[in-house]
Design a protein around this ligand. Sequence first.
Ligand SMILES: Cc1ncc(COP(=O)(O)OP(=O)(O)O)c(N)n1
Ligand SMILES: Cc1ncsc1CCOP(=O)(O)O
Ligand SMILES: [Mg+2]
Length: 235
Amino acid sequence: MSNRKKFDISAYFVVGPENTKGRPVEQIIKEAIEAGFTCVQIRSKIATARELIQLTDQAAQVIAKAGKSQDVTLLVNDRLDVVLAAKSQGIKVDGIHVGQWDIPVDVCRKYLGQEAIIGLSARTNEIFDYIRTEDTSQIDYFGVGPLHETMTKPDCGLDRDGKVVTRSFEEISKLVKLSKIPVVVGGGVKLTDIAPLAQTGAAGFFVVSAVSEADNPKQAAAELVKAWRLNSVIL
Ligand SMILES: Cc1ncc(COP(=O)(O)OP(=O)(O)O)c(N)n1
Ligand SMILES: Cc1ncsc1CCOP(=O)(O)O
Ligand SMILES: [Mg+2]
């Protein structure tokens, strides 16, 4: 969904070729969206620009074939160049997810336009200051974590001493209350985390390995979606 006022990050799948145990990325994306995932982010630290464009194209086609182009948001991690190239090829990609050390949000907004969805990740402790001091009007959601240490992104939550700082459900609840924009939470999220996470009022959860490394990705995805729907609170 490319409408900034109406997009769904409740069940958010982040994936690249390094996460799928050798299985085709598009197949796993297909299974995740068939199971009810509402947002897909193409994220790879090893793929070339051409490979990322191709993966984005495959994801857009899988979403279209499932009849979900208006319901499932497709984003690319980090790479504004890839999003622009994909769009110039007519691929339906809805926006980008960036971290605070990546291409600045205002530059993404300038090149992608007012309709694009732009997510920003930040460390939870810094985000409290960020919310108080910065203009968040150009950002569509915050990506926050990790909930647990994760092999998928070992640098996630690293503090100055090299220790991984994880986030509590209490901190997330506080952040959700203070934030003017939706908050999606990831990093080590597993099925047992979904109920307490949903109770924080977060807009959604994001996962890589809980789906991409599962023996049965579709079943794992369906269980996560079901748990979220059962437990999420409408604020
Ligand atoms: C939804 C979501 N939240 C956070 C991140 C992490 O982004 P970043 O800190 O830029 O790290 P990399 O993913 O680029 O390694 C994310 N990708 N998605
Ligand atoms: C925290 C984080 N940010 C982007 S990817 C990622 C790791 C999530 O991976 P997993 O769901 O496999 O723990
Ligand atoms: Mg990044």
